[in-house]
Design a protein around this ligand. Structure first.
Ligand code: BES
Ligand code: MN
Ligand code: ZN
Length: 500
């Protein structure tokens, strides 16, 4: 990873280094350890709070430079609101708020993990550390001349001072692996499309082997042999050959049916012959956000040695308009045997997924399949950037995903499917066409995908609004969000892992 910061745990008794961060409630009360660390600086805090209308609301911060009576040159007070009303999900946000305050050049930060009511629980301290790592990530690899301020990687050493160092480390270890997975996904989304073409993406996914993941890469001849005509049709207009990468993590019982995740990996989407307008076309480097999430998720699950068998499969192509490109009017035969009339070459993601979903369904017979895809602009119109669109043929899976979304903060909103929509993708010449017109564009896309999942419980997440080009948030300041890694890690942890 380029720009990842380190977060360690130290005992409360350790001397604080660098910037000091403490928590207070909405009565500006501190815990005993914090009070001792502040000493006479408490007076400076009260004055600064009054001067700045700081009321200790949850997530609010108060910044005090050169505080009287403290060794630290900077004191950051983070409000928690009423401690009794604190939700578990807030601690990761606190970590994000803290990291957001720190700029490159800050050597060390010490966070006193104590509420007015007493020490943070290990899981809460771990959440703070995870939030710090998520928000601190920056993508600065290609900044060479203006490498300062926000353009420089953060090299700050963060320490979280806790009551029980060993317990905090234990709680953070799996979390930190999940953060690594998120950062892996972001890194892939942020990379430019001249660097990250399908073969290079496959090479990077292959690095998961270091974690014990089995990685198989299908090249064009292999895909031809399998009859992946839908995926290959998209790929044929590019100088860069497509790939399918299948990743397997077997942390569960031998022979137990796996769960499966499938990602759209269009490394660049020009639209093909149905070419897109120039404005914001550069954003289409992020059209592989689904595949990036699957790689990040496999990283997270393997690194934390999740007790589950998982298949991750990604379809990697570049959608380009050269002399050999697919035309509107072409009819392709998918691996399933179903034929597809191409109406719009810009509706390419569903073509890629059609073959990968079918391949995974037939080859691995998973318990369920969840695909992630930056599939339609229409999902941005419907849901904006706060929720991903969820489509599913299985109510239980949909409910579990919705709950995992609430718990992780990576939220999903269920959208309808139904045979009524089928007529929009009926074709005059083939079994179906690849677009269904303007109305319900995200739904007809999902309806198309459903034809390639057989009867396997399946969910489709349209992440066009959440995977990339998102504004800075508490947990992310980079263009790529890594959306989906924490959501699906949560789903797996809650329902599909053997208990330890
Ligand atoms: N990759 C795009 C969808 C997209 C749009 C992702 C905006 C992220 C931001 C997809 O391949 C696409 O072009 N979809 C078309 C489908 C249409 C031609 C039926 C769209 O949404 O306009
Ligand atoms: Mn497209
Ligand atoms: Zn696309």
């Amino acid at each position: 990873m380029t720009d990842a910061v380190k977060v360690g745990f130290v005992p409360f008794s350790a001397a604080a280094r660098g910037v000091l961060v403490v928590f207070c409630d909405d009565a500006l009360k501190f815990g005993p350890v914090t009070g001792k660390a502040l000493g006479t600086a408490v007076q400076a805090v009260k004055r600064a709070a009054a001067a700045n209308q700081f009321k200790g609301k949850s997530g609010a911060t108060l910044d005090i430079l050169a505080p009287e009576g403290l060794k630290a040159n900077r004191l950051i007070v983070v409000g928690t609101g009423k401690v009794a009303a604190l939700k578990d999900s807030e601690f990761i946000r606190f970590g994000g708020k803290i990291a957001a305050k720190i700029s490159a050049g800050t050597e060390a930060v010490t966070v006193v993990a104590e509420l007015p009511s007493g020490a943070l629980k290990p899981a809460q301290a771990a959440d703070v550390a995870a939030g710090i790592r998520l928000r601190a990530y920056r993508f600065t690899r290609y900044k060479t001349t203006k490498k300062d301020g926000d353009n420089a990687p953060l090299r700050t050493q963060f320490s979280v001072a806790v009551a029980d160092v060993a317990a905090a480390r234990r709680a953070f270890s799996p979390q930190s692996h999940v953060v690594d997975g998120v950062l892996t996904a972001r890194e892939l989304v942020n990379e430019p499309p001249n660097v990250l073409f399908p073969a290079e993406f496959a090479r990077r996914a292959s690095q998961l082997r270091k974690l014990g993941v089995r990685v198989e890469v299908l090249d064009v001849p292999a895909m031809k042999k399998l009859g992946m005509g839908a995926l290959l049709g998209v790929s044929q207009g590019s100088e860069h050959d497509g790939r399918v990468v299948v990743m397997r993590w077997n942390g569960g019982k031998p022979g137990e049916q796996p769960v499966a995740f499938v990602g759209k990996g269009v490394c660049f989407d020009t639209g093909g012959i149905s070419i897109k307008p120039s404005a914001s076309m550069e954003d289409m480097k992020g059209d592989m956000g689904g595949a990036a999430c699957v790689v990040g998720l496999m990283h997270a699950l393997a690194a934390r040695k999740a007790k589950v068998n998982v298949v991750g499969a990604i379809g990697l192509v570049e959608n380009m308009p050269d002399g050999n490109a697919q035309r509107p009017g072409d009819i392709v035969t998918s691996m399933s045997g179903q034929t597809i009339e191409i109406i719009n070459t810009d509706a390419e993601g569903r073509l890629v997924l059609a073959d990968v979903l079918w391949y995974v369904a037939k080859k691995h017979k998973p318990k369920f399949m969840i695909d992630l895809a930056t599939l339609t602009g229409a999902i941005l119109v419907a849901l904006g950037i706060e929720y991903a669109g969820l489509f599913s043929n299985d109510d239980r899976l949909a409910e579990r995903l919705t709950a995992a979304g609430q718990a992780s903060g990576e939220r999903v909103w269920r959208m309808p499917l139904g045979p009524e929509y089928d007529k929009q993708i009926d074709s005059q010449f083939a079994d179906m066409k690849n677009t269904g017109g303007r109305n319900g564009g995200s739904i007809t896309a999902a309806q198309f995908l459903q034809r390639f999942v057989d009867d396997i419980p399946w969910a489709h997440l349209d992440i066009a609004g959440t995977a990339m080009s998102v504004p800075a948030s508490d947990l992310n300041r980079s263009w790529g969000s890594g959306y989906g890694v924490r959501l699906l890690n949560q789903l797996v942890a809650d329902h599909y892992e053997a208990k330890r």
